[in-house]
Design a protein around this ligand. Structure first.
Ligand SMILES: [Zn+2]
Length: 108
């Protein structure tokens, strides 16, 4: 698996999808953390649930610092989820389909 060592994003087409650079692109080791997805506050709990159910270890990291979160409220926080490189495919497979889920919310 090819990742950007700076952003931890999976690289599919030569350049990092986040920073757009090739400088940090490298082959991931099995236990490297890679960026799985980014989710808002509500969706992050859903993702936590499915990853826990699947028994996949993950790291959830807020994009804003905690001081900022206290000030503007955690509903505006978005979270980056990281998993180990060798769990990535499995984690991707259990992730909820974001678009379908949004439609489901509309029906409620
Ligand atoms: Zn990058």
């Amino acid at each position: 698996m090819i990742i950007c060592s700076k952003c931890k994003a999976v690289v599919n087409d030569g350049a990092c999808p986040i920073c757009g650079r090739k400088k940090f692109v490298t082959e991931a080791k099995e236990d490297d953390l890679v960026l799985l997805t980014t989710a808002d506050y509500v969706l992050s709990f859903l993702i936590e649930d499915v990853l826990n159910d699947a028994g996949i270890k993950f790291l959830k990291k807020g994009e804003l610092g905690s001081a900022v979160t206290l000030y503007i409220g955690e509903l505006t926080e978005s979270f980056n989820f990281f998993v180990m490189a060798n769990d990535y495919d499995e984690a991707l497979a259990v992730l909820p389909n974001m678009e379908l889920d949004e439609e489901a919310f509309d029906e409620i």
